[in-house]
Design a protein around this ligand. Structure first.
Ligand code: GDP
Ligand code: IMO
Ligand code: MG
Length: 428
């Protein structure tokens, strides 16, 4: 069996976890490959809601193994809290999770520095991060000064590395930020306790995953964030600090690219973004508020209101190119019921010239070209056959499909696992 990938096609929060959960019933192993606790992944089963940040979204299936890949930045204390909460709901997560020995450990000072930078930046220089320390931890990874999960397994190595790291960070905290220092002893004890509790889960997951794929196991790679938040292909600098796109799923797991057979891009039937940065089809004032309130668009991690706008074809075409999408999944189409007309952004102009692609620069200056489609009045929440959708809704989906040139093989008509339409694809 091959590996499959679920990746965000917009600015995150597309409903990836709902689709990961849906696809997980046919999956043996689910792997997070980048990001960290900045993700907020919501799954609804039989009306009960679960929100995951670090633990892969398939954990509630009894027989799936969940892997934290080498590309993730793991906050060990947050991870324990999340696992303990799931264990108290009866999910026995410590028997089904593996952690890459090469994934980087996110420490309290990463979070502290992230918050300090955000708070002290001029309004036009803020990124609007989740303040979970993600960018600072990845910076340490790239500087080759980070601590990795495997380091926690050797007491002496941990002592030596952590001492050096805390010394350097304390200097930065005092001299640059004029703030409190980190207590080495306390941090060492906490990390040591973490290793005592979950050290047995830390292993070479690249080797494990390739071995399992070779045996014919089915692996699902769980993307966090989305294409337009990718450090290379997103709206830099208003992005996260990892490759959330397909390339990151290979480097963040260490599986051979050869196994990757299917890439699902997830997109809302409209668009949202949290944090700062350009958003060409954004709606302001009452119009934006209407979609926000209909879609309940508030962040699953920070609770911040999400900025809302119309579906942007150029964004999805960009996502299709950089990820090699084989399928597009359209979520939250139920939120668009009751509109007389639904605008769709079908292209961009810059300085009076039509652009052929999603630009790396000057996105805030593009003019969006819109087409309007007729809406439908019926409540479509929970419909699970394409033919049962109102005709205008079917036409809307077919219109998007023709513009993005990727088959829309799954359509989500509500938050629950069962609120799903599958078209022409064998995922049942
Ligand atoms: P993710 O980060 O991509 O996994 O998405 P989030 O969980 O942050 O946000 C998606 C939100 O939309 C969650 O509250 C989901 O329960 C909800 N959701 C997903 N698909 C649908 C859908 O088709 N219709 C509706 N109404 N809600 C959905
Ligand atoms: P999921 O996986 C939406 C955004 C933040 C900010 C930028 C950088 O739930 O789709 P960071 O804390 O990563 O340094 O913040 O990225 N962001 C997300 N937006 N969904 C997410 O994750 C996000 N993770 C980060 O709001 O604009
Ligand atoms: Mg989310």
């Amino acid at each position: 069996m091959p590996a499959e990938l679920v990746v965000g096609a917009q600015w995150g929060d597309e409903g990836k976890a709902k689709i990961i959960d849906y696809l997980s019933k046919n999956t043996d192993i689910i792997v997070r490959y980048q990001g960290g606790a900045n993700a907020g992944h919501t799954v609804v089963v039989d009306g009960k809601k679960y929100v995951f940040h670090l633990v892969p979204s398939g954990v509630i299936y009894p027989n799936t193994i969940c892997v934290i890949g080498n590309g993730v930045v793991l906050d060990p204390f947050f991870f324990l809290q999340e696992c303990d909460a799931l264990n108290s709901q009866g999910f026995d997560v410590f028997n089904k999770i593996l952690i890459s020995d090469a994934c980087h450990i996110l420490l309290p000072f990463h979070q502290k520095i992230d918050s300090l930078i955000e708070m002290s930046s001029a309004p036009n220089q803020k990124i609007g991060t989740t303040k979970r320390g993600i960018g600072i931890c990845y910076a340490d990874k790239m500087m080759r000064t980070g601590l990795r999960a495997g380091d926690l397994l050797d007491k002496q190595l941990l002592e030596e590395k952590l001492k050096g790291i805390v010394e350097r960070k304390n200097e930065i905290l005092v001299k640059l930020y004029n703030t409190d220092t980190i207590d080495y002893k306390e941090l060492y004890e906490r990390l040591h306790n973490f290793a005592e509790r979950v050290g047995h889960l830390i292993t070479n997951t690249s080797y494990y995953l390739n071995q399992e794929l070779k045996k014919g196991k089915h692996v699902l790679l769980e993307g966090a964030q989305g294409t337009c938040l990718d450090i290379d292909f997103g709206t830099y600098p208003y992005v996260t600090s990892s490759n959330s796109t397909t390339g990151g799923s290979i480097s963040g797991t260490g599986i051979s690219y050869y196994y990757l057979k299917r890439v699902y891009g997830i997109s809302k039937a409209y668009a949202t973004r949290v944090g700062e940065g350009p958003f060409p089809t954004e709606l302001f004032g009452e119009e934006g508020e209407k979609i926000r309130s209909l879609g309940q668009e508030y962040g699953a991690t920070t609770g911040r209101p999400r900025r809302c706008g119309w579906f942007d074809v150029e964004v999805i075409r960009h996502a299709s190119r950089v990820n090699g999408l084989t399928d597009l999944v359209l979520t939250k189409i139920d939120i668009l019921s009751n509109l007389d007309f639904i605008p769709v952004g079908v292209g961009y102009e810059l300085n009076g010239k039509k652009l052929d692609y999603f630009p790396s620069q000057n996105l805030e200056k593009v003019k969006v070209i819109y087409e309007e489609l007729e809406g439908w009045k019926e409540n479509i929440c929970g419909i699970n056959k394409f033919e049962d959708l109102p005709l205008n809704c079917q036409k809307f989906i077919q219109f998007l499909e023709s513009k993005v040139e990727v088959p829309i093989s799954v359509i989500s008509t509500g938050p629950d696992r069962i609120h799903t339409i599958v078209r022409n694809v064998d995922v049942e």
